[in-house]
Design a protein around this ligand. Sequence first.
Ligand code: DI6
Ligand code: FE
Length: 413
Amino acid sequence: MTQKNKPLEFDTLFINANLATMDPNIDAPYGAIENGALGVKDGRITWISKMCDLLDFEGEEILDCEGDWMTPGLVDCHTHIVFGGNRAQEFEQRLNGVSYAEIANAGGGILSTVKATREMNSQDLYQETSTRLIDFLYQGVTTIEVKSGYGLDMPTEIKMLEVARRLTEDHVRVRTTFLGAHALPPEYKDRPDDYIDLVCDEMIPKIAELDLADAVDGFCENMAFSPAQIRRVFEAAKKYALPVKLHAEQLSNQGGAKLAAEFGALSADHLEYIDEDGVKAMAKAGTVAVLLPGAFYYLKETQKPPVDLFRKYGVPMALATDCNPGSSPITSPLLILNMACTLFGFTPEEALAGMTRVGAQALGLKTETGTLEMGKSADLAIWGIEHPAELCYWVGDVATGYRIFKGEDKKYE
Ligand code: DI6
Ligand code: FE
Protein backbone atom coordinates (compact mmCIF):
# COMPACT_ATOMS: atom_id res chain seq x y z
CA MET A 1 0.00 0.00 0.00
CA THR A 2 2.76 2.44 0.92
CA GLN A 3 5.54 3.00 -1.54
CA LYS A 4 8.94 2.25 -0.18
CA ASN A 5 10.93 5.31 0.84
CA LYS A 6 7.87 7.51 0.73
CA PRO A 7 6.80 8.62 4.19
CA LEU A 8 3.19 8.12 5.24
CA GLU A 9 1.17 11.32 5.32
CA PHE A 10 -1.30 12.20 8.01
CA ASP A 11 -3.31 15.23 9.02
CA THR A 12 -2.90 14.06 12.60
CA LEU A 13 -0.87 11.26 14.11
CA PHE A 14 -1.54 10.11 17.67
CA ILE A 15 1.49 8.48 19.23
CA ASN A 16 2.12 6.64 22.51
CA ALA A 17 -1.57 5.75 22.89
CA ASN A 18 -3.03 2.55 24.29
CA LEU A 19 -5.71 1.69 21.74
CA ALA A 20 -8.89 -0.08 22.87
CA THR A 21 -9.85 -0.68 19.25
CA MET A 22 -12.93 -2.81 20.11
CA ASP A 23 -12.16 -4.55 16.81
CA PRO A 24 -13.40 -8.14 17.28
CA ASN A 25 -10.74 -9.38 14.86
CA ILE A 26 -7.96 -8.44 17.25
CA ASP A 27 -7.48 -11.29 19.66
CA ALA A 28 -7.00 -9.36 22.90
CA PRO A 29 -9.41 -7.97 25.51
CA TYR A 30 -10.93 -4.71 24.20
CA GLY A 31 -9.11 -5.41 20.91
CA ALA A 32 -6.26 -3.63 22.63
CA ILE A 33 -3.05 -2.51 20.99
CA GLU A 34 -0.87 -1.23 23.79
CA ASN A 35 1.69 1.44 23.07
CA GLY A 36 0.20 2.16 19.68
CA ALA A 37 -0.11 4.85 17.05
CA LEU A 38 -3.14 5.96 15.05
CA GLY A 39 -3.05 8.17 11.98
CA VAL A 40 -5.88 10.25 10.54
CA LYS A 41 -6.24 11.68 7.06
CA ASP A 42 -9.28 13.50 5.67
CA GLY A 43 -11.38 12.49 8.65
CA ARG A 44 -10.65 8.76 8.29
CA ILE A 45 -8.45 6.38 10.23
CA THR A 46 -5.59 5.57 7.86
CA TRP A 47 -3.05 3.95 10.13
CA ILE A 48 -3.11 1.75 13.24
CA SER A 49 -0.06 -0.03 14.60
CA LYS A 50 2.24 -0.60 17.52
CA MET A 51 4.63 2.32 18.00
CA CYS A 52 7.52 0.08 17.07
CA ASP A 53 5.94 -0.63 13.66
CA LEU A 54 5.45 3.02 12.84
CA LEU A 55 7.08 3.79 9.50
CA ASP A 56 8.56 7.03 8.33
CA PHE A 57 5.90 9.69 8.45
CA GLU A 58 5.14 13.30 7.82
CA GLY A 59 2.31 14.95 9.65
CA GLU A 60 0.58 18.25 10.12
CA GLU A 61 0.18 17.53 13.76
CA ILE A 62 1.61 14.94 16.10
CA LEU A 63 -0.22 14.38 19.36
CA ASP A 64 1.63 12.53 22.11
CA CYS A 65 -1.00 10.69 24.20
CA GLU A 66 1.59 9.86 26.88
CA GLY A 67 0.12 6.43 27.57
CA ASP A 68 -3.53 7.50 27.78
CA TRP A 69 -6.20 5.15 26.43
CA MET A 70 -7.98 5.83 23.18
CA THR A 71 -11.38 4.26 22.45
CA PRO A 72 -13.83 4.67 19.60
CA GLY A 73 -16.07 7.70 20.14
CA LEU A 74 -19.12 6.54 22.11
CA VAL A 75 -22.37 5.73 20.30
CA ASP A 76 -25.59 6.37 22.24
CA CYS A 77 -28.12 4.49 20.10
CA HIS A 78 -31.37 5.27 22.00
CA THR A 79 -32.30 8.72 23.32
CA HIS A 80 -35.31 10.98 23.63
CA ILE A 81 -33.08 14.00 24.24
CA VAL A 82 -35.38 16.55 22.53
CA PHE A 83 -38.14 17.50 24.98
CA GLY A 84 -39.70 20.44 26.80
CA GLY A 85 -39.94 20.77 30.59
CA ASN A 86 -39.07 18.03 33.03
CA ARG A 87 -40.90 15.59 35.34
CA ALA A 88 -39.17 15.94 38.70
CA GLN A 89 -42.57 16.14 40.39
CA GLU A 90 -43.55 12.77 38.96
CA PHE A 91 -40.29 11.43 40.31
CA GLU A 92 -41.43 12.59 43.75
CA GLN A 93 -44.82 10.95 43.22
CA ARG A 94 -43.20 7.68 42.24
CA LEU A 95 -41.05 7.80 45.36
CA ASN A 96 -44.32 8.05 47.28
CA GLY A 97 -45.55 4.84 45.73
CA VAL A 98 -47.49 5.93 42.63
CA SER A 99 -46.44 3.75 39.67
CA TYR A 100 -45.21 4.86 36.24
CA ALA A 101 -48.30 3.28 34.65
CA GLU A 102 -50.68 4.92 37.14
CA ILE A 103 -49.20 8.34 36.41
CA ALA A 104 -49.48 7.72 32.66
CA ASN A 105 -53.08 6.49 32.93
CA ALA A 106 -53.98 9.65 34.84
CA GLY A 107 -52.81 11.77 31.88
CA GLY A 108 -49.31 12.50 33.19
CA GLY A 109 -46.15 10.72 32.12
CA ILE A 110 -45.35 10.97 28.43
CA LEU A 111 -48.40 13.20 27.88
CA SER A 112 -47.16 15.85 30.29
CA THR A 113 -43.96 16.08 28.24
CA VAL A 114 -46.06 16.20 25.07
CA LYS A 115 -47.83 19.29 26.40
CA ALA A 116 -44.56 21.03 27.29
CA THR A 117 -42.93 20.10 23.97
CA ARG A 118 -45.88 21.30 21.91
CA GLU A 119 -45.75 24.65 23.70
CA MET A 120 -42.03 25.27 23.18
CA ASN A 121 -40.80 27.06 20.06
CA SER A 122 -38.20 25.45 17.87
CA GLN A 123 -35.32 27.73 18.83
CA ASP A 124 -35.83 27.22 22.58
CA LEU A 125 -36.19 23.49 22.06
CA TYR A 126 -32.90 23.45 20.17
CA GLN A 127 -31.14 25.53 22.83
CA GLU A 128 -32.31 23.33 25.70
CA THR A 129 -31.41 20.15 23.86
CA SER A 130 -28.04 21.47 22.78
CA THR A 131 -27.23 22.32 26.41
CA ARG A 132 -28.17 18.79 27.49
CA LEU A 133 -26.05 17.36 24.71
CA ILE A 134 -22.87 18.95 26.12
CA ASP A 135 -22.75 16.34 28.90
CA PHE A 136 -22.71 13.57 26.29
CA LEU A 137 -19.96 15.26 24.30
CA TYR A 138 -17.79 15.67 27.39
CA GLN A 139 -18.06 11.94 27.92
CA GLY A 140 -16.86 11.14 24.43
CA VAL A 141 -20.08 10.65 22.46
CA THR A 142 -19.57 11.14 18.72
CA THR A 143 -22.82 9.52 17.49
CA ILE A 144 -26.26 9.90 19.03
CA GLU A 145 -29.69 8.63 18.04
CA VAL A 146 -32.57 11.02 18.73
CA LYS A 147 -36.26 10.11 18.72
CA SER A 148 -39.35 12.20 18.23
CA GLY A 149 -42.51 11.08 20.03
CA TYR A 150 -43.30 13.98 22.36
CA GLY A 151 -45.34 15.78 19.69
CA LEU A 152 -47.88 13.19 18.58
CA ASP A 153 -49.20 15.69 16.05
CA MET A 154 -47.74 16.56 12.69
CA PRO A 155 -46.27 20.01 13.45
CA THR A 156 -44.63 19.00 16.73
CA GLU A 157 -43.22 15.72 15.43
CA ILE A 158 -41.70 17.65 12.53
CA LYS A 159 -40.40 20.33 14.89
CA MET A 160 -38.69 17.70 17.05
CA LEU A 161 -37.07 15.95 14.10
CA GLU A 162 -35.85 19.25 12.67
CA VAL A 163 -34.30 20.12 16.04
CA ALA A 164 -32.71 16.66 16.13
CA ARG A 165 -31.22 17.13 12.66
CA ARG A 166 -29.88 20.54 13.72
CA LEU A 167 -27.85 18.95 16.51
CA THR A 168 -25.22 18.05 13.90
CA GLU A 169 -24.19 21.72 14.31
CA ASP A 170 -22.87 20.59 17.71
CA HIS A 171 -20.22 18.48 16.01
CA VAL A 172 -21.78 15.06 16.46
CA ARG A 173 -23.29 12.45 14.11
CA VAL A 174 -27.07 12.28 14.59
CA ARG A 175 -29.47 9.52 13.58
CA THR A 176 -33.10 10.57 13.84
CA THR A 177 -36.01 8.24 14.57
CA PHE A 178 -39.71 8.94 14.10
CA LEU A 179 -41.59 7.68 17.18
CA GLY A 180 -45.14 8.80 16.40
CA ALA A 181 -46.49 5.58 17.95
CA HIS A 182 -45.16 6.46 21.40
CA ALA A 183 -48.40 7.27 23.24
CA LEU A 184 -51.98 8.12 22.43
CA PRO A 185 -52.44 11.91 22.22
CA PRO A 186 -55.36 13.34 24.25
CA GLU A 187 -57.31 14.38 21.13
CA TYR A 188 -57.49 10.68 20.11
CA LYS A 189 -58.54 9.37 23.52
CA ASP A 190 -60.30 6.00 23.09
CA ARG A 191 -59.58 6.07 19.33
CA PRO A 192 -56.14 4.45 19.07
CA ASP A 193 -56.76 2.98 15.61
CA ASP A 194 -57.65 6.42 14.24
CA TYR A 195 -54.38 7.75 15.61
CA ILE A 196 -52.49 4.85 13.99
CA ASP A 197 -54.21 5.85 10.70
CA LEU A 198 -52.77 9.34 11.13
CA VAL A 199 -49.28 7.94 11.85
CA CYS A 200 -49.37 5.58 8.86
CA ASP A 201 -51.28 7.56 6.25
CA GLU A 202 -50.09 11.09 6.94
CA MET A 203 -47.15 11.37 9.29
CA ILE A 204 -44.85 8.68 7.86
CA PRO A 205 -45.38 9.80 4.24
CA LYS A 206 -44.75 13.46 5.12
CA ILE A 207 -41.68 12.72 7.24
CA ALA A 208 -40.29 10.50 4.50
CA GLU A 209 -40.91 13.23 1.94
CA LEU A 210 -39.05 15.75 4.11
CA ASP A 211 -36.30 13.19 4.76
CA LEU A 212 -36.46 13.89 8.48
CA ALA A 213 -36.12 10.36 9.84
CA ASP A 214 -33.55 7.61 9.44
CA ALA A 215 -35.79 5.01 11.11
CA VAL A 216 -39.24 4.40 12.60
CA ASP A 217 -39.88 3.25 16.18
CA GLY A 218 -42.92 2.43 18.32
CA PHE A 219 -43.85 1.59 21.91
CA CYS A 220 -45.46 -1.85 22.11
CA GLU A 221 -47.00 -2.13 25.56
CA ASN A 222 -50.34 -2.39 27.38
CA MET A 223 -50.17 1.31 28.18
CA ALA A 224 -49.23 2.18 24.58
CA PHE A 225 -49.84 0.22 21.32
CA SER A 226 -50.65 -3.41 20.54
CA PRO A 227 -48.58 -5.65 18.26
CA ALA A 228 -51.35 -5.38 15.62
CA GLN A 229 -51.13 -1.59 15.69
CA ILE A 230 -47.33 -1.62 15.58
CA ARG A 231 -47.46 -4.03 12.63
CA ARG A 232 -49.37 -1.40 10.67
CA VAL A 233 -46.76 1.23 11.55
CA PHE A 234 -43.96 -1.10 10.40
CA GLU A 235 -45.78 -1.81 7.15
CA ALA A 236 -46.07 1.92 6.47
CA ALA A 237 -42.37 2.39 7.27
CA LYS A 238 -41.49 -0.43 4.88
CA LYS A 239 -43.35 1.31 2.06
CA TYR A 240 -40.92 4.21 2.43
CA ALA A 241 -37.90 1.94 2.91
CA LEU A 242 -37.39 3.18 6.46
CA PRO A 243 -35.73 0.71 8.84
CA VAL A 244 -37.64 -0.09 12.02
CA LYS A 245 -36.90 -0.65 15.69
CA LEU A 246 -39.14 -1.11 18.71
CA HIS A 247 -39.59 -0.40 22.43
CA ALA A 248 -40.49 -3.97 23.30
CA GLU A 249 -41.05 -6.08 26.40
CA GLN A 250 -40.22 -3.20 28.77
CA LEU A 251 -43.02 -3.74 31.29
CA SER A 252 -44.65 -6.96 30.04
CA ASN A 253 -44.22 -9.58 27.32
CA GLN A 254 -46.29 -8.57 24.29
CA GLY A 255 -44.31 -10.44 21.63
CA GLY A 256 -42.95 -7.14 20.35
CA ALA A 257 -39.41 -8.41 19.88
CA LYS A 258 -40.66 -11.22 17.64
CA LEU A 259 -42.64 -8.74 15.59
CA ALA A 260 -39.58 -6.50 15.29
CA ALA A 261 -37.49 -9.49 14.18
CA GLU A 262 -40.10 -10.40 11.58
CA PHE A 263 -39.59 -6.96 10.03
CA GLY A 264 -35.79 -7.28 10.17
CA ALA A 265 -35.59 -4.50 12.76
CA LEU A 266 -32.27 -2.85 13.47
CA SER A 267 -32.94 -3.28 17.19
CA ALA A 268 -35.47 -4.18 19.85
CA ASP A 269 -35.02 -2.11 22.97
CA HIS A 270 -35.55 -2.60 26.76
CA LEU A 271 -36.48 -6.35 26.65
CA GLU A 272 -36.71 -7.04 30.39
CA TYR A 273 -39.69 -9.35 29.78
CA ILE A 274 -38.56 -11.07 26.56
CA ASP A 275 -38.79 -14.90 26.51
CA GLU A 276 -36.48 -17.46 24.90
CA ASP A 277 -38.53 -17.59 21.68
CA GLY A 278 -38.19 -13.84 21.32
CA VAL A 279 -34.44 -14.07 21.82
CA LYS A 280 -34.19 -16.81 19.18
CA ALA A 281 -36.20 -14.74 16.70
CA MET A 282 -33.89 -11.78 17.25
CA ALA A 283 -30.81 -13.97 16.76
CA LYS A 284 -32.20 -15.29 13.48
CA ALA A 285 -33.04 -11.82 12.19
CA GLY A 286 -29.76 -10.22 13.30
CA THR A 287 -31.69 -7.72 15.42
CA VAL A 288 -29.59 -6.01 18.10
CA ALA A 289 -30.77 -6.04 21.74
CA VAL A 290 -30.53 -2.49 23.10
CA LEU A 291 -30.53 -2.63 26.90
CA LEU A 292 -31.38 0.43 28.94
CA PRO A 293 -30.34 0.08 32.57
CA GLY A 294 -31.21 3.73 33.30
CA ALA A 295 -34.95 3.11 32.85
CA PHE A 296 -34.69 -0.17 34.78
CA TYR A 297 -33.05 1.72 37.66
CA TYR A 298 -35.41 4.71 37.73
CA LEU A 299 -38.52 2.57 37.55
CA LYS A 300 -37.13 0.31 40.27
CA GLU A 301 -37.75 -2.72 38.08
CA THR A 302 -36.82 -6.11 39.41
CA GLN A 303 -37.12 -8.19 36.23
CA LYS A 304 -33.76 -8.06 34.46
CA PRO A 305 -33.22 -8.58 30.73
CA PRO A 306 -32.00 -12.18 30.05
CA VAL A 307 -28.36 -11.35 29.36
CA ASP A 308 -27.35 -15.02 29.50
CA LEU A 309 -29.87 -15.91 26.79
CA PHE A 310 -28.62 -13.11 24.55
CA ARG A 311 -25.09 -14.45 25.03
CA LYS A 312 -26.22 -18.04 24.43
CA TYR A 313 -27.89 -17.23 21.11
CA GLY A 314 -25.33 -14.65 20.01
CA VAL A 315 -27.64 -11.63 20.03
CA PRO A 316 -25.39 -8.55 20.14
CA MET A 317 -26.10 -6.32 23.13
CA ALA A 318 -25.94 -2.53 22.85
CA LEU A 319 -26.32 -0.05 25.70
CA ALA A 320 -27.85 3.42 25.65
CA THR A 321 -28.90 6.18 28.01
CA ASP A 322 -32.58 6.29 26.92
CA CYS A 323 -32.20 9.94 28.04
CA ASN A 324 -35.78 11.13 28.61
CA PRO A 325 -37.57 13.22 31.24
CA GLY A 326 -39.66 10.35 32.63
CA SER A 327 -38.01 6.98 33.02
CA SER A 328 -34.34 7.86 32.46
CA PRO A 329 -33.31 11.48 33.12
CA ILE A 330 -29.68 10.58 32.55
CA THR A 331 -27.16 12.52 30.51
CA SER A 332 -24.17 10.36 31.45
CA PRO A 333 -23.31 7.50 29.08
CA LEU A 334 -20.53 6.35 31.44
CA LEU A 335 -23.02 5.93 34.27
CA ILE A 336 -24.92 3.57 31.96
CA LEU A 337 -21.75 1.50 31.44
CA ASN A 338 -21.46 1.20 35.20
CA MET A 339 -25.13 0.26 35.63
CA ALA A 340 -24.90 -2.39 32.91
CA CYS A 341 -22.12 -4.05 34.93
CA THR A 342 -23.62 -3.67 38.40
CA LEU A 343 -27.31 -4.22 37.53
CA PHE A 344 -27.27 -6.48 34.45
CA GLY A 345 -24.02 -8.45 34.91
CA PHE A 346 -22.19 -7.14 31.84
CA THR A 347 -18.43 -7.44 31.79
CA PRO A 348 -16.72 -4.05 31.38
CA GLU A 349 -15.60 -5.16 27.92
CA GLU A 350 -19.17 -6.06 26.91
CA ALA A 351 -20.33 -2.72 28.28
CA LEU A 352 -17.82 -0.69 26.29
CA ALA A 353 -18.62 -2.74 23.16
CA GLY A 354 -22.30 -2.01 23.80
CA MET A 355 -21.73 1.71 23.56
CA THR A 356 -19.27 1.59 20.67
CA ARG A 357 -19.26 -1.26 18.16
CA VAL A 358 -22.68 -2.73 18.93
CA GLY A 359 -24.29 0.69 19.37
CA ALA A 360 -23.11 1.53 15.85
CA GLN A 361 -24.55 -1.75 14.57
CA ALA A 362 -27.90 -0.90 16.17
CA LEU A 363 -27.96 2.26 14.05
CA GLY A 364 -26.89 0.58 10.81
CA LEU A 365 -23.51 2.33 11.08
CA LYS A 366 -21.33 -0.72 11.53
CA THR A 367 -19.00 0.10 8.67
CA GLU A 368 -18.75 3.81 9.51
CA THR A 369 -17.96 4.09 13.22
CA GLY A 370 -17.83 2.18 16.53
CA THR A 371 -14.33 0.65 16.32
CA LEU A 372 -10.81 1.89 15.69
CA GLU A 373 -10.25 0.33 12.28
CA MET A 374 -8.60 1.48 9.10
CA GLY A 375 -11.04 3.24 6.77
CA LYS A 376 -13.60 4.13 9.43
CA SER A 377 -14.51 7.67 10.43
CA ALA A 378 -11.93 9.06 12.87
CA ASP A 379 -14.36 9.26 15.80
CA LEU A 380 -12.17 8.92 18.86
CA ALA A 381 -12.10 9.55 22.57
CA ILE A 382 -8.92 9.81 24.62
CA TRP A 383 -9.15 9.21 28.35
CA GLY A 384 -6.76 9.84 31.23
CA ILE A 385 -7.11 6.32 32.60
CA GLU A 386 -4.78 3.39 33.14
CA HIS A 387 -7.17 0.60 32.12
CA PRO A 388 -10.34 0.61 29.98
CA ALA A 389 -12.36 -0.98 32.81
CA GLU A 390 -12.12 2.42 34.55
CA LEU A 391 -14.75 3.69 32.13
CA CYS A 392 -17.22 1.38 33.86
CA TYR A 393 -15.73 1.70 37.32
CA TRP A 394 -15.81 5.40 38.22
CA VAL A 395 -19.10 7.14 38.78
CA GLY A 396 -18.32 10.81 38.60
CA ASP A 397 -15.25 12.44 37.33
CA VAL A 398 -14.08 10.81 34.13
CA ALA A 399 -14.14 13.12 31.16
CA THR A 400 -12.35 12.83 27.89
CA GLY A 401 -9.11 14.66 27.44
CA TYR A 402 -9.89 14.82 23.76
CA ARG A 403 -12.92 14.01 21.72
CA ILE A 404 -12.29 13.77 18.01
CA PHE A 405 -15.15 13.71 15.51
CA LYS A 406 -14.30 12.98 11.87
CA GLY A 407 -10.69 13.71 12.66
CA GLU A 408 -11.31 17.09 14.26
CA ASP A 409 -11.04 18.27 17.83
CA LYS A 410 -13.79 20.86 18.30
CA LYS A 411 -14.50 22.64 21.52
CA TYR A 412 -18.13 22.71 22.58
CA GLU A 413 -18.44 25.29 25.35
N1 DI6 B 1 -39.98 3.90 27.01
C1 DI6 B 1 -39.10 4.72 27.54
O1 DI6 B 1 -38.17 4.38 28.21
C2 DI6 B 1 -39.42 6.09 27.13
N2 DI6 B 1 -40.44 5.86 26.18
C3 DI6 B 1 -40.77 4.60 26.17
O2 DI6 B 1 -41.61 4.15 25.44
C4 DI6 B 1 -39.94 6.86 28.30
C5 DI6 B 1 -40.73 8.04 27.91
C6 DI6 B 1 -41.20 8.89 29.06
O3 DI6 B 1 -41.55 8.42 30.16
O4 DI6 B 1 -41.26 10.11 28.82
FE1 FE C 1 -36.98 4.90 25.07
